[in-house]
Design a protein around this ligand. Structure first.
Ligand code: ARG
Length: 459
């Protein structure tokens, strides 16, 4: 016997094969098998309590569903070619196990409230894996910062040499964005934790279902507010994709710098062999592929968000089949992030830092701001001090001399305030040590950030 679709009654003819294939979502919504069975177990309980099933029927349905759960766990569940989606597949299988009684399970329920419930459950189930991958990457950044809390390097704005910083400060700059992403996921969980089940196809459930008890039994916080909204609301999916895209953007910023820093022109970092790849043609090549892919995948993640937003944009209220397009990007975004995050963490933990090379990239002009501060200490208003320092920089350029190589006479020619102490300004470590206010690059301020981050990571 070939199985008929759940909705066969009204139809005289069979669905065209290609149309069926286009319609079917089993190839991807099979990932929600566990959530679908759990939702059905809870629903069976709810309609039993509402008097739709007697206790023997409820027990039989429950036993059948538990067997199906077991089949999915042991990977012995066989999907049939005419299973349209995960909901149809589970119901078909329940029929094979317990017979016609299986037909009572769908009383008062629609696949519209069912799929929205499964999908929310799936996201709630998977947020913890993302959360811990983010936490591990944060730990890797803090570990690196601890090793190099006082290693000096050039800091950049506009990708131009700006001021000396510590490498610890640089590593830690990538910590708070990920912390914020984690907080976003936690916040989002609260909006995902709202139960659509019991909304029916759109208009609500005609049976005396206790939706509060149902919500609790599935681990949701509350039942949804309005049935029309409940079956079409995919805000949580869009939010999930936004957070995923933002994580991608944060990782991309880190990745872009690692790619630059491992190039010969910078030569600040060398990746471990385990986290880099070679060229099929050029034997000398060592490429930062994991970081390039991280940068690339940030674009793909953004695309998932754009795709879903575009799907949602034209929809009227309640369920439309367009909504079936919501799952693929969520699954893909999740898979991408859980594949990427541990690789980045591993690559950061194992990379070799080249402190001499970083220090050699600091030139005296990067202390031009300190030179202005030196003048400020001698009573010159900052704006004027900035202009005088600028003149010193210009003199250096014209005379092709580093700022610390200009003679005191040359300094005094620019302004009489200069004295022999001016050369102390060009000590990069002293420049860094001065920036000790909370959040600054001074080794002590970096240590304080490390302590704070470690405290946060404990929770
Ligand atoms: N496979 C569908 C989805 O993922 C389930 C809901 C189907 N509802 C319907 N009215 N056809 O969205």
């Amino acid at each position: 016997m070939t199985n008929q679709p759940l909705w066969h009654g009204r139809f005289a003819n069979k669905t065209n094969e290609q149309a069926f294939a286009l319609n079917a979502s089993i190839s991807f919504d099979i990932r929600m098998a566990d959530q679908d069975v759990r939702g059905s177990i809870a629903w069976a309980e709810a309609i039993y309590k509402a008097g739709i099933l007697d206790s023997a029927e409820h027990a039989q349905i429950q036993t059948g569903l538990l067997q199906i759960k077991e089949e999915f766990l042991s990977q012995t569940f066989t999907v049939k070619s005419d299973d349209e989606d995960i909901h149809s597949a589970v119901e078909r299988r329940l029929g094979e196990i317990i017979g016609a009684l299986s037909g009572k399970l769908h009383t008062g329920r629609s696949r519209n409230d069912q799929v929205a419930t499964d999908f929310r459950l799936w996201i709630l189930d998977h947020i913890p894996a993302l959360d811990s991958a983010l936490a591990d990457l944060q730990s890797a950044l803090v570990e690196r910062a601890e090793k190099d809390y006082d290693t000096i390097m050039p800091g950049y704005t506009h990708l131009q040499r700006a001021q000396p910083i510590t490498l610890g400060q640089w590593f830690l700059s990538h910590y708070p964005p990920l912390k914020r992403d984690q907080a976003r996921l936690q916040e989002l969980s609260r909006r995902v934790g709202i139960l659509p089940l019991g909304s029916g196809a759109l208009a609500g459930c005609p049976y005396p279902i206790d939706r509060i008890a149902l919500s609790e039994s599935l681990g949701f916080d509350v039942p949804s507010f309005n049935s029309l909204d409940a079956v079409s609301n995919r805000d949580f999916a869009a939010e999930f994709l936004f957070v995923a895209a933002l994580i991608g953007t944060h990782l991309s910023k880190l990745a872009e710098q690692v790619v630059l820093f491992t190039s010969a022109e910078f030569g600040f970092f060398e990746l471990d062999d385990a986290y880099s790849t070679g060229s099929s043609l050029m034997p000398q090549k060592k490429n930062a592929d994991p970081f390039e892919l991280t940068r690339g995948k940030a674009g793909t993640l953004l695309g998932y968000l754009m795709g879903l937003m575009a799907t949602l944009k034209g929809l009227p209220s309640t369920y439309d089949k367009d909504l079936q397009e919501d799952k693929i990007p969520i699954f893909a975004a999740f898979d991408t992030l859980v594949a990427m995050l541990p690789v980045i963490a591993g690559a950061l933990r194992t990379l070799t830092v080249k402190p001499a090379r970083m220090e050699a990239s600091i030139d005296a002009s990067m202390m031009a701001t300190d030179l202005a501060d030196y003048l400020v200490e001698r009573g010159v208003p900052f704006r004027e001090a900035h202009a005088i320092s600028g003149e010193v920089v210009r003199a250096g350029i014209t005379k092709e001399k580093s700022l610390d190589a200009l003679t005191l006479a040359e300094y005094k020619e620019i302004n009489a305030v200069f004295d022999e102490k001016v050369y102390e300004v060009y000590d990069a470590r002293a420049s860094i040590a001065k920036r000790a206010a909370i959040g600054g690059t001074a080794p002590d301020a970096v240590k304080a950030q490390i302590e704070r981050a470690k405290e946060e990571l404990k929770n």
